[in-house]
Design a protein around this ligand. Structure first.
Ligand code: ADP
Length: 244
């Protein structure tokens, strides 16, 4: 579903992604972990071309982006349509209700009729446990509920891949569980997911594969068991010791 080859990205003199390779199968849940500043978010944002790497290739589905060539705007727009993104701070429109937030993508990007988009948005919000909050505005929702609207919004356009950028790290601890439960459900339904998170228990329980990054490189990848219990990599060990 996703192939990343030789990806390099710098911010000025700072080389943030160094020859990244990554493959994600259809239906796979890949969790990216690593110390702060190791490039996890930049990698995730590159998958949605919110950052533009200087070198390398990303293929998602049938579409390939070769960053050594100039990219056309239309090509980027089409590429982005394949993935939904869930941010740390949900990025909801404050003056739209939950329902309107979820309808927005299908209506403006996919040009679906409002009636159809409304029906679909209702279904998706019900699925993430917010069937009673369709007409609530973001400020009337808890952080966890807002984040679930964010997930519903990412799902609304029928994408095959969802990218999660620390979706629970801005939440109060008691609200984290509900968001992780929705993510688990999506994983069980076969959604392809790439998740940057500090929730190691989620990684251990839900990930098919864990990628450990440090200083812009993929240091190690493997099953949760291989990474969390059997790693021989000193840098992985050191990271895990620090957070456990
Ligand atoms: P992580 O998600 O692992 O914490 P990031 O991908 O957010 O790491 O950041 C990697 C490095 O790139 C950090 O040193 C960060 O300060 C830097 N960085 C991230 N975004 C920008 C930006 N827009 N401009 C300059 N430096 C950035």
């Amino acid at each position: 579903m996703i192939t990343v080859k030789d990806l390099n990205k710098s911010f000025g003199d700072l080389h943030v992604l160094k020859n990244i390779h990554m493959d994600v199968e259809r239906g796979e849940v890949v969790v990216v972990i690593g110390p702060s500043g190791s490039g996890k978010t930049t990698l995730l944002r590159s998958l949605n071309i919110l950052e533009t790497p200087e070198e390398g290739e990303i293929t998602i589905g049938e579409q390939r982006m070769d960053f050594s060539k100039p990219l056309k705007k239309k090509q980027i727009v089409e590429f982005r349509k394949q993935t939904g993104m869930v941010f740390q701070n949900h990025n909801l429109f404050p003056h739209f209700t939950a329902l309107e937030n979820v309808m927005e993508g299908p209506v403006t990007v996919q040009k679906i009729s409002k009636a159809k988009a409304r029906e679909r948005a209702k279904d998706i919000l019900t699925k993430v446990g917010l069937g009673e909050k369709l007409d609530a505005y973001p400020h009337q929702l808890s952080g966890g509920q807002q984040q679930r609207v964010g997930i519903a919004r990412a799902l609304a356009t029928g994408v095959e891949v969802i990218l999660f950028d620390e979706p629970t790290s801005a939440l109060d601890p008691e609200l984290v569980g509900d968001v992780l439960d929705v993510m688990k459900e999506l994983a069980e339904e076969g959604m392809t997911m790439v998740v940057v998170t500090h929730e190691m228990s989620f990684a251990e329980e839900v990930a098919d594969r864990v990628i450990f990054m440090d200083q812009g490189k993929v240091v190690e990848e493997g099953t949760p068991e291989q990474i969390f219990q059997q790693t021989k990599e000193p840098r992985t060990q050191q990271f895990l010791n620090r957070i456990r």
